[in-house]
Design a protein around this ligand. Sequence first.
Ligand code: SF4
Length: 76
Amino acid sequence: MWIAELFGRVKNIDSDIVSNDIKLKRMSICEGCPKYRKDFKMLFKTKKNVPQCGICKCALQAKTMWEGEQCPLNKW
Ligand code: SF4
């Protein structure tokens, strides 16, 4: 898990891409989640306005578009 803390998880890129509606619905759920981070943090760098999941450390714009991805809290 410390690797995910440092680098974020590798995306499930061998799965299909979901529809835009599903992606937006997932993002909407994330935006209301207490684990949602507005800025992406990796090592000592911060990317402003790049949303990140505070649990799996994934970049949410990427995470929400892959069909094989799942919310670690089973919210979507
Ligand atoms: S993926 Fe799940 S736990 Fe992470 S921010 Fe989105 S809703 Fe919250």
